[in-house]
Design a protein around this ligand. Structure first.
Ligand code: HEC
Length: 314
């Protein structure tokens, strides 16, 4: 084995086998283990150092051995080393790709011109260059036909598909990342599990001031349609998250509850609307009307009349 494969192949191969094994057996989530855990990176570097050190030691030992051998022994040893794979085909392929005449044959292709002692070689164009050029011509033809003759997709189409994909990905992400909500984006959660979770949060954090049935105590009645700080999911979420007016006793719960939990408890609070608590606290604040929901209900005639009025005034 040692005689067959040169060390510049042996070290990387051994290293990548160990590297692969490490990545395979260590569960590091999406990132590779050596990125996730610095210790793994250190370990791999150490392995690499050790592998190189082993090669260096073996090389040194061989040299010492060579000095101790008699002539016949030396010859045998060197012959064995000769059998190392030399990868001549690699060199040959490279040579072919360049398409140059070897230096010995250059006299055949030297041009007659003599520019102040500088002569020119008439080498062929390197095949890698020529074939890349042909491929680019074929590519151009196909491209021209596809996009300019048969009107393939445009960059705008491409952008739109990408945007659509991104929108889908964003929706999917929002579903998994419920804690992304804030009072601008929150919507009423109607899922029974969410409302139940909200109820549990309410029982353990809020009943002291709002009562178990939401009838109110230190805090206002949450079952009526009067709100001090505004009703609707967005305002309720905001009140829970940011707290009430200072000195009133309603703290900002964002320090203790996660956004998803605040959305749950806010949704639960809204389910209390219209229920009849045992000891309802008198209504405080104003009747709250949603300004956003009845957008379509804004009478269009009213606006039109107004414009007409303006015109008639002029
Ligand atoms: C220490 C007592 C206390 C606790 C605990 C408390 N609140 Fe309050 N809450 C109040 C007070 C007082 C107000 C009125 C604030 C104001 O007037 O600015 C209030 C107001 C509110 C309002 C707005 C009512 C309105 O009319 O605008 C909501 C919604 C609310 N609380 C929900 C909750 C939720 C949900 C919890 C539990 C996570 C909770 N509160 C815990 C005392 C409390």
């Amino acid at each position: 084995m040692r005689q067959l494969v040169p060390s510049w192949i042996r070290v990387p191969v051994a290293f990548f086998i160990i590297f692969g094994a490490v990545e395979f057996f260590i569960d590091s989530g999406e990132k590779p283990a050596f990125v996730e855990y610095p210790a793994v990176l250190l370990f791999l570097l150490l392995v690499l150092l050790i592998l190189i050190a082993i090669e260096a030691i073996i090389g040194a030992l061989e040299n010492v051995m060579l000095h101790k051998l008699d002539e016949a022994g030396k010859a045998r040893f060197l012959a064995e080393k000769e059998s190392t794979i030399k990868f001549t085909w690699l060199k040959e392929t490279y040579q072919k790709l360049l398409g140059q005449k070897p230096i010995e044959e250059e006299t055949e292709i030297i041009l007659d011109h003599n520019y102040d002692g500088i002569k020119e070689l008439d080498n062929n164009l390197p095949p890698w260059w020529v074939y890349s050029f042909y491929i680019s011509i074929i590519f151009a033809a196909v491209y021209l036909l596809r996009f300019h003759v048969f009107n393939g997709y445009t960059q705008i189409d491409e952008l739109e598909t990408e945007l659509a994909d991104a929108r889908i990905a964003l929706e999917a992400y929002k579903k998994t990342a419920k804690d992304l909500v804030d009072f601008n984006t929150v919507t009423v959660l109607t899922d029974a599990a969410d409302v139940k979770a909200g109820q549990a949060i309410f029982q353990s954090n809020c009943v002291a001031c709002h009562m178990a049935d939401g009838g109110g105590g230190i805090g206002p009645n949450l079952t009526d349609d009067h709100w001090i700080l505004g009703g609707g999911i967005k305002n309720v979420f905001k009140t829970i998250s940011e707290g009430g007016r200072s000195g009133k006793g309603m703290i900002a719960w964002k320090a203790q509850l996660k956004p998803a939990q605040m959305a749950q408890v806010a949704s639960y609070v809204l389910t209390l609307q219209g229920t009849t608590p045992a000891n309802p606290k008198p209504a405080e604040g104003d009747i709250w009307v949603d300004e956003n929901a009845p957008e379509s209900a804004v009478p269009t005639e009213a606006i039109e009349t107004k414009t007409n009025d303006v015109i008639s005034v002029e």
